[in-house]
Write a protein that binds this ligand. Structure first.
Ligand code: 8YV
Length: 312
């Protein structure tokens, strides 16, 4: 008998055939009536598969008396009620490291795009405007000052990528990081003041909610560019819109938003803003690696082996 696993969310590239080769999978996100499905399977469900952007409420965990493990297919698990899982001693796993390179690549791509106007230029060409004139001048990237908000696994790789562009790199984190050569700023607002680009790459959740507030955005200034590849909740989105409208911030490149998949419509017409639909990990290679690690964690649990990547 295969263990029964509840899948609470789907995303492009999730390898359900692989998961179904090990488990009986109940797809809550596909059910016409999720309540009916839950009522039927809840007493038997032993595992759960979630995603980085989905929500796992404590009330759902409570409804699954036999739940033994929650495997999150994503490095971020801020949508999961980890406290509720801990109360039941249910381990939670995530997918660190396998997505570092792709998220860092996207951060650099967004930074360059917001600065050099690649997508803006593309719109110019497609609208047939080139014969009437060139788009406005852009800003140089190489040699500029980069502020990284969060010097964790992905932050380090972004800094390494940026070193290749001869950028001067500083960072803000809760604590100084011992083994990186970059300048540490204990106050985020000071980092913003001294940066041309601020790249946000801290975990989401209550602790970092609106860490990038209006004062930080204003400190980045009218020539500054904000790049967010972390979570929409980390940036005060209303303040961001306000500062962009006023010209108090030079531009923004955003892969994440407060209420995905909804993106504030005020941002849509802004030519100095690049908008991406949360694609940091969305490559075939990375999504395959994330799925494999998620499933490997579930398989390890149900064969009595140590979990590969339990959260701390
Ligand atoms: C999502 C992410 O997991 O890893 C994370 O934390 O935000 C993404 O990789 C993915 O988009 C599916 O929700």
């Amino acid at each position: 008998m295969k263990p029964e696993v509840l899948s609470v969310a789907d995303f492009s590239g999730f390898d359900f055939p692989l998961m179904e080769s090990h488990f009986t999978v109940h797809k809550l996100w596909q059910a016409a009536d999720p309540e009916t499905l839950l009522a039927e399977v809840a007493p038997r469900v032993r595992g759960m598969q979630a995603t980085g952007t989905g929500t796992v409420a404590g009330t759902l965990i409570e409804r699954l008396p036999k739940l033994e493990i929650i495997a999150c297919c994503g490095v971020g698990y801020d949508g999961i009620d980890v406290a509720a899982a801990r109360r039941r001693k249910i381990p939670v796993t995530n997918t660190p490291d396998v997505l570092n390179d792709c998220v860092a690549d996207l951060a650099m791509g967004l930074l360059i795009d917001a600065s050099r106007g690649i997508v803006r230029g593309d719109r110019h060409v497609r609208a047939g405007k080139w014969p009437q004139g060139e788009p406005p001048l852009a800003a140089r990237v190489s040699g500029k000052r980069l502020g990284v908000v969060g010097m964790g696994r992905i932050g380090r790789i972004i800094a390494r990528r940026a070193s290749g562009f001869d950028m001067q790199i500083a960072y803000h984190a809760r604590h100084r990081v011992a083994d990186v050569p970059f300048t540490y700023r204990a106050e985020l607002v000071d980092l913003a003041k001294d940066s041309d680009y601020l790249v946000v790459v801290v975990p989401g959740g209550k602790e970092t909610r609106h860490l990038v507030n209006e004062a930080v955005i204003r400190a980045l200034g009218p020539q500054g560019i904000l790049v967010n590849v972390a979570r929409g909740t980390v940036v005060d989105e209303a303040a961001l819109v306000k500062c962009l409208r006023e010209g108090a911030l030079g531009g923004a490149a955003l892969d994440v938003f407060d209420k995905e998949p909804r993106v504030p419509e005020a941002l849509w017409p802004m030519d100095n803003v690049v908008l991406a639909p949360h694609i940091g990990s969305a490559t075939r290679e990375t999504r395959a690696a994330m799925c494999k690690l998620t499933i490997d964690n579930l398989v390890a649990h149900f064969s009595g082996k140590p979990l590969l990547t339990p959260i701390g």
